[in-house]
Write a protein that binds this ligand. Structure first.
Ligand SMILES: [Cu+2]
Length: 288
């Protein structure tokens, strides 16, 4: 399903909420919405100017919520498999209420320990809170799987969380070296440049510009509601951050604001859309 605007999205969300509420109130056994759980739209929680705090994605559990995989996490390389999990809440039951965050109630990121193999997927949820995704981990090694979502704490306040679990792909693992820092990288047929340097405890702009055949691309499209998505992973512990840009392009660039939580090396995964296709540029950045 493609949602083409906040009004459409808000209407759909309201309808889903209502539907779910009715089902609960009458104890109906009617099937769940096919792809979307009960959700409410979240305003741009980390859009333009936001100060980015701590990293997440270190743990199966945080703030009373726990990611529970439904199957063993040793998998063969390359096989496309169903991966299923639940998020259990502070009451011990599965969470079924999520906030739509950038058009999706759940963002699922897979990355190998050597920071290669990035995947950004969107699982679907059944009425009992079970999330499923078709997942292929192509090469041997240890992969971290991140569930990035917004739900509600027991007081009803929105709670963004990133929980994580690790999967092992058996086989001979030859870690790739993290590429050295560069301000210009290729992304399929595009070239992407990075301006700005994150600093510790100081929010700095990061501008990403997309070029095709040397000319600036002026008609980037919104992908999941934004002109770009930036996932930041810290080398050493795979700490995770998902940042969204200013709502509009700034001088043709996709502009993020970012404060680094520590010195060190980070890998930046920038996704953008052009001609209905999503592309990814990966940068290595050293924060002094
Ligand atoms: Cu996503």
């Amino acid at each position: 399903m493609v949602l083409k605007g906040p009004l459409v999205a808000a209407g759909l969300v309201a309808a889903l909420l209502l539907g779910f509420g009715i089902a609960r109130a009458t104890d109906s056994v009617a099937g769940p919405p096919a792809t979307a759980p009960a959700s409410t739209a979240i305003p741009s929680h980390s859009h333009g100017g936001a100060v980015i705090g701590d990293l997440g994605g270190f743990s199966l559990s945080a703030a009373g919520f726990t990611l529970v995989p439904a199957q063993p996490l040793t998998v063969p390389a390359g096989a496309r498999q169903q991966f299923a999990f639940k998020i259990l809440g502070p009451d011990g039951g599965p969470v079924t209420r999520y906030v739509l965050n950038h058009d999706k109630p759940m963002h699922f990121i897979a990355i190998k320990h050597d920071l290669s193999g990035f995947q950004h997927l969107h699982p679907t949820m059944a009425a009992d809170g079970t999330w499923t995704i078709r997942l292929s981990l192509p090469t041997p090694g240890i992969w971290r799987l991140y569930a990035d979502f917004v739900t509600f704490d027991p007081a009803g306040q929105r709670l963004p969380l990133t929980l994580a679990v690790e999967a092992t792909v058996a086989g001979s693992y030859t870690p790739l070296a993290v590429p050295p820092p560069s301000r210009t990288v290729d992304a399929d047929t595009f070239t992407v440049t990075l301006e700005g340097t994150p600093q510790v405890n100081a929010t700095q702009p990061l501008s990403l510009r997309v070029f095709a055949s040397g000319a600036p691309v002026t008609d980037l499209e919104r992908y999941l509601g934004a002109y770009g998505h930036l996932v930041v992973i810290r080398d050493g512990d795979l700490g995770y951050l998902h940042v969204h840009p200013e709502d509009q392009l700034v001088g043709g660039a996709v502009k993020f604001w970012l404060s680094a939580p520590s010195p060190g090396r980070y890998r930046l995964y920038f996704e953008f859309q052009k001609s209905d296709a999503v592309h990814r540029a990966e940068f290595t950045v050293d924060v002094p």
